[in-house]
Design a protein around this ligand. Structure first.
Ligand SMILES: [Zn+2]
Length: 81
């Protein structure tokens, strides 16, 4: 028996439209926007920039670094915004 759990083809697995990483549905309807949880959260936060709730500097220098830590990611996700 193998412990190598691979993504099953066609079962809620998709490529994140932002970072290109293979991801799967999390139940947060992230498959609708086709983003991984990390990018989806970043996008949600970016909405706050567009709504002028936070500044872009804050987004880039505070929000993104926090998300990277939280999701253990090193993507330059801010370059997409
Ligand atoms: Zn992503």
């Amino acid at each position: 028996m193998s412990d190598n759990r691979r993504f099953r083809r066609g079962s809620g697995v998709f490529k994140c439209s932002l970072c290109g990483k293979l991801t799967r549905e999390t139940g947060r309807s992230n498959s609708f926007v086709e983003m991984c949880p990390f990018c989806m959260e970043a996008s949600e936060q970016y909405n706050l920039v567009q709504d002028e709730v936070i500044s872009y500097d804050e987004f880039k220098n505070k929000v993104i670094p926090n998300l990277k830590k939280q999701y253990n990611r090193s993507d330059d996700v801010e370059k997409f915004f």
